[in-house]
Design a protein around this ligand. Structure first.
Ligand code: GDD
Ligand code: MG
Length: 365
């Protein structure tokens, strides 16, 4: 089988992390976001994966090529000279996606869940339509594409409304599809939105169905959702692979709730970690430090008695002694927060040093 991952866009909503690393390579649960998807596709029997890219492909090629062997897949990069939106990239990759008559998967690169690809393929074959969208329920549907159903035929989509201004329902497009190759014939090679242009045609022709997702789902393309998504992911790990999480009885620091720590991290005695914390490779956490609902990326140092809460600490950062961060603070690469400084809701650009309190949400450049 075949799959295409939409990896374009500039990831602006996940700045300042995406100023130095393309969004799909930002570590989620200590692995590049996109690896979760590549692995799930490979597990469902996909052998050809196209990454549709329009921004800095070099870094991605370098990082991802090495996973071809590990997962037994062929990864090709389809590079756009201008952003082709969410449908144009399918046309550009036509050669791979149409190489046989089997349907192909399409994924938005920023969604996390327990990807149900096998079940999705079975469901798709059974109904006989040209496309199936994975659907999930959310409280705030206006940020997403909303699926409205035909009342007579179960799971046949009646209307698809991208980012509705008025409430039409709360079952939304989870950003995962399976489509028959002939759907590509509906798309021209130019910037095109699959949500606004292609889905309405399929709906009109009564060819688009939805498949209900079980379990957690999150679009982790913005900091608040990235942290919420991490909590959901850790909760799912605690049920499926609890051995991957830290047990309080096995370490000499204190662990509360779900905590994932890379084996190379060094957490000192007297630190208290959790709930909902991910600690990356080579991270050092000083004595008496307290970390909750946060993600700390590679090579960062949380010094003694610092309090890190609702924060994404980027790569190579330092949080000083007795410093405090909170309110969805995001630190870009190589940021330092000085001792005793308080940062609330700061988005700190790479290579900055913060020496004075930041009391309200702001961008620090
Ligand atoms: N290759 C390529 N080229 N990819 C692109 C481009 C482009 O020009 N523009 C966007 N993408 C990729 C993004 O990287 C992302 O993986 C995906 O397409 C969707 O774009 P987003 O910018 O993340 O869209 P969204 O989150 O506002 O809405 C989409 O996702 C929701 C679920 O999270 C829509 O598909 C909604 O209908 C859906 O509910
Ligand atoms: Mg998104």
């Amino acid at each position: 089988m075949k799959g295409l991952i939409l990896v374009g866009g500039y990831g602006t909503r996940l700045r300042p992390l995406t100023l130095t690393t393309p969004k799909p390579l930002v570590e989620f649960g200590n692995r590049p976001m996109i690896l979760h998807q590549i692995e799930a596709l490979a597990n469902a029997g996909v052998t050809d994966i196209v990454l549709a890219v329009n921004y800095r492909p070099e870094v991605m090629v370098e990082t991802l090529k090495k996973y071809e062997q590990e997962y037994g897949v062929s990864i090709t990069f389809s590079v756009e000279t201008e952003p082709l939106g969410t449908a144009g990239p399918l046309k550009l990759a036509e050669e791979v996606l149409k190489k046989d008559a089997s349907p192909f998967f399409v994924l938005n690169s920023d969604v996390i869940c327990d990807y149900p690809f096998k079940e999705l393929a079975d469901f798709h074959k059974a109904h006989g339509g040209k496309g199936t969208i994975v659907a999930t329920k959310v409280d705030e549907p206006s940020k997403y594409g909303v699926i409205v159903h035909d009342l007579t035929t179960e799971n046949l989509i009646d209307r698809f409304v991208e980012k509705p201004v008025e409430f039409v329902g709360n079952r939304i497009n989870a950003g995962l599809y399976i489509l028959n190759p002939e759907v590509i014939d509906l798309i021209e090679l130019k910037p095109t939105s699959i949500e606004k242009e292609t889905f309405p045609i399929l709906v009109e022709n009564k060819q688009l169905y939805s498949f209900d997702l079980e379990g957690y789902w999150m679009d982790v393309g913005q900091p608040k959702d990235f942290l919420a998504g991490s909590s959901l992911y850790l909760n799912s790990l605690s049920k499926k692979s609890p051995q991957k999480l830290v047990k309080d009885s096995e370490v000499d620091y204190e662990v509360v709730g779900n905590v994932l720590v890379d084996a190379s991290a060094k957490i000192n005695k007297g630190a208290k970690i959790g709930p909902d914390v991910v600690i990356g490779p080579n991270v050092v956490v000083g004595e008496g430090a307290r970390i909750t609902k946060s993600v700390v990326l590679k090579n960062s140092h949380i010094k003694e008695h610092a309090l890190v809460k609702s924060t994404i600490v980027g790569w190579n950062c330092t949080v000083g002694k007795w410093a405090r961060t909170d309110g969805v603070t995001v630190m870009g690469d190589d940021v330092a927060i000085k001792d005793e400084v308080y940062v609330n809701g700061g988005k700190v650009l790479p290579h900055k040093t913060i020496g004075a309190n930041v009391e309200t949400e702001s961008i620090i450049m």
